[in-house]
Design a protein around this ligand. Structure first.
Ligand SMILES: N#Cc1ccc(CCNc2nc3cc4nc(N)[nH]c(=O)c4cc3[nH]2)cc1
Ligand SMILES: [Zn+2]
Length: 373
């Protein structure tokens, strides 16, 4: 018997919710953070280490995996879960956003988008139908509609036309996805910073009917204030009994503010990418371990953190291995950052369940104001 996708909300505090997304490959505690595993790996992390940080689900990318190793090849090899040795849920982005942000040679039409690979320059095409087929071949548990995310700033006409195209593509995505018990399809709201266009998008998506709803078109340079301005109304435009996923977000304080406004799921490359550059994200704010002041500091990054980096190594050691460009430097800081993100999510879940989110958020900001340690 295939376990069907479902979402149960166990607690609320204001607009914030905490609950569980049930999937055929396991449960996802929400609010949830999804580490990004773009090319079938969360960079510098073994999958068992990613699980040890507390992650219940990973994100993969249609765009990267269709170029290398290829969707049909991945299917022949048993699918993405077997390929990368991660047997829990995987959500895959649908590729449109990555095409627009990673390629320059491309042609956008009603049918879809033609582009050249940033890997080897070969020609490729993505459409709602092909994106659904690729995500099926990968074996993704949560599939994202194929959409268009307009670059900001853009005038209202461009935003409106792009949103309407994305809604036509959402219809085609749903049609192509078919009825796949045990798998979920999420719609993606567009509409830029325009409340009425986002309302129209939400209504159209709800009429088509999806297992979850993403808030797209944000974290594209609009800044936190404008993003929170949209989040003051956008989650409420979406069905309240389905998961709400804010794509590409974000910094710790972005996530806290978005959870307060009713968002349930997040993904961002920040903790892994910044970890590889020597930036440690901690409850007191960011620390750049390459700074000379850490060269002889015997203390851990964060004395209150239980991750392997903070348990077994000094700042001086982390400073050393970063300066020496040792591979372990990326491993340890990525592990720390992902551990910190999962601790933050666990803290948010517990605070919402206890009806104590305001106090949690106040303490979150107070610790960061206390500054570096
Ligand atoms: N380090 C680092 C770092 C780099 C980039 C970002 C911003 C990511 N923002 C973002 N990802 C997105 C993916 C998306 N996918 C789709 N299918 N649609 C979107 O509207 C969309 C919007 C997004 N906005 C955040 C942190
Ligand atoms: Zn740590």
């Amino acid at each position: 018997m295939i376990k069907r996708f479902s979402f149960s909300i166990h607690g609320k505090d204001g607009a914030a919710r905490t609950g569980v997304v049930h999937t055929a490959r396991g449960d996802i505690r929400t609010p949830a953070f999804m580490p990004v595993g773009t090319a079938a790996t969360v960079k510098a992390m073994m999958p068992e280490s990613v699980r040890a940080t507390g992650a219940d689900i990973l994100l993969g990318n249609t765009y990267h995996l269709m170029l290398r190793p290829g969707a049909e090849r991945m299917a022949r090899l048993g699918g993405l879960h077997a390929f990368m040795n991660w047997d829990r849920p995987i959500l895959t982005d649908s590729g449109g956003f990555q095409v627009m942000s990673l390629t320059s040679l491309r042609k956008l039409t009603e049918k879809g988008v033609e582009f050249r690979s940033h890997v080897d320059g070969s020609k490729h095409m993505l459409s709602p139908e092909r994106s659904m087929e690729i995500q099926r071949l990968l074996g993704s548990d949560i599939v994202m509609c194929f959409d268009e995310c307009p670059a900001l700033p853009a005038d209202r006409t461009r935003i409106e036309e792009s949103m309407q195209l994305s809604m036509r593509w959402a219809e085609r995505s749903k049609e192509a996805f078919g009825d796949r018990p045990g798998h979920a399809l999420f719609g993606i709201q567009q509409g830029g910073l325009e409340q009425d266009l986002r309302g129209e998008s939400a209504a159209t998506l709800q009429k088509i009917g999806f297992d979850g709803y993403a808030i797209g078109g944000l974290a594209v340079g609009e800044g936190q204030e404008a993003m929170f301005g949209v989040l003051d109304y956008a989650p409420g435009q979406l069905p309240q009994d389905k998961p709400r996923y804010l794509m590409g977000v974000g910094k710790p304080d972005d996530i806290v503010g978005a959870v307060q406004r009713g968002v349930d799921m997040f993904d961002c490359v920040l903790p892994s990418r910044s970890g590889r550059t020597g930036q440690a994200l901690t409850r007191r704010g960011a620390i750049n371990i390459k700074n000379a002041r850490h060269a002889e500091d015997p203390r851990p990054l964060d004395p209150d953190c239980t991750c392997p980096a903070c348990t077994n190594y000094s700042r001086a050691y982390l400073h050393h291995v970063f300066k020496a460009q040792e591979i372990i430097s990326s491993m340890l800081l990525t592990w720390h950052n992902l551990h910190y993100y999962q601790e933050l999510m666990a803290g948010l879940r517990g605070a919402i369940a206890a009806g104590a989110l305001d106090a949690f958020v106040a303490e979150f900001h107070a610790q960061r104001a206390a500054g570096d340690f």
